[in-house]
Write a protein that binds this ligand. Structure first.
Ligand code: CP
Length: 300
């Protein structure tokens, strides 16, 4: 694997390798990427993905060059094409981590990149490294990935983490997925077709109440304001689901609550103290899995 564009690229063998690398990196990092440089090229805002990739590279002994608002502060603002920017940056670095506002931008960039290019989120498309860290979180917290039930809640139409994680779950056995959303934010047909092809059992519903006590993982997402055509349309759907203490009490004893973050109002702060709330721990797993991925792609 040279570039990481979509989560379908990973198979169980590579995932297992990455997970055991991440386990080892938690104990000892060393400096295997000394002398290597990573570009963090972000055309859309980010806290977790950019900082965790940068931290991962630095912890492994590498260096980082970065632009946090490439839309305005790179030569994209002067009309340079994405392809030309990537060709140029190739001369300066050993790996590019890119977030872009257009679905498919990572695939385009990868076609002209000689150095590994990692998709750090492309519009409403995919966010494969989020899916890696989500899967690693499930394995660490539940001790398994096969034989689990998971509910995806919220904006399933625009949430790229849902797409990427569904594609990865399709590689595991005896998975049950509940897609919980208002009708207008329903999960895409591409995901459903993929799950049917891989014989993954799924149910679509708008009713969280009937699902809450049936799952091992409650995967909550925010309504993606930036993907709506108007503020009015967003306001109608904002707050469509809210996880509070009362709901959490109805969950299975050993179940967990995940969220890719940032959250807005879909999980109330009162839930944070619950043992089930592992969304902040999830960001730590993200650092480990991104260290493992950089090491893997750079052959260290
Ligand atoms: N989960 C995630 O991608 O967060 P950021 O947008 O802060 O990177």
């Amino acid at each position: 694997m040279k570039h990481v564009v979509e989560s379908q690229q990973f198979d169980r063998k590579i995932l297992g390798q990455l997970f055991s690398m991440a386990d080892k990196l938690e104990k000892k990092t060393g400096t295997p990427l000394k002398g290597k440089i990573m570009a963090a090229l972000f055309y859309e805002p980010s806290t977790r993905t950019r900082f965790s990739f940068e931290s991962a590279m630095l912890r492994l002994g590498g260096s980082v060059i970065t632009t946090e608002n490439a839309k305005e502060f790179s030569s994209a603002a002067k009309g340079e094409t994405l392809e030309d920017s990537i060709r140029v940056i190739n001369n300066y670095v050993d790996v590019i981590v890119m977030r872009h506002y257009e679905q498919g931008a990572s695939a385009r960039a990868a076609t002209v990149s000689e150095v590994p290019l990692i998709n750090a989120g492309d519009g409403a498309g995919q966010h494969p490294t989020q899916a890696l860290l989500d899967l690693y979180t499930i394995k660490k917290e539940l001790g398994k990935i096969d034989d689990i039930s998971i509910a995806f809640i919220g904006d399933l139409k625009n949430g790229r983490t849902i797409r990427s994680l569904s594609y990865l779950l399709g590689k595991y056995k005896n998975i049950k997925i509940y897609f919980v959303s208002p009708h207008v934010l329903k999960v895409g047909d591409d995901i459903k077709s993929y799950l049917e092809e891989h014989r993954i059992d799924y149910t679509e519903t708008a009713d969280l109440d009937t699902v809450i006590s049936k799952v091992d993982v409650l995967y909550v997402t925010r309504v993606q304001k930036e993907r709506f055509k108007s503020e009015e349309e967003y306001q109608k759907l904002k707050g469509c689901y809210q996880i509070d203490e009362k709901l959490v009490k109805r969950m299975r004893t050993k179940s967990i609550i995940m969220h890719p973050l940032p959250r807005v109002d879909e999980i109330l702060p009162e839930v944070d103290k619950s043992k089930k709330a592992i969304y902040f721990k999830q960001t730590h797993y993200g650092l480990l899995i991104r260290m493992a991925l950089l090491k893997y792609l750079l052959g260290a």
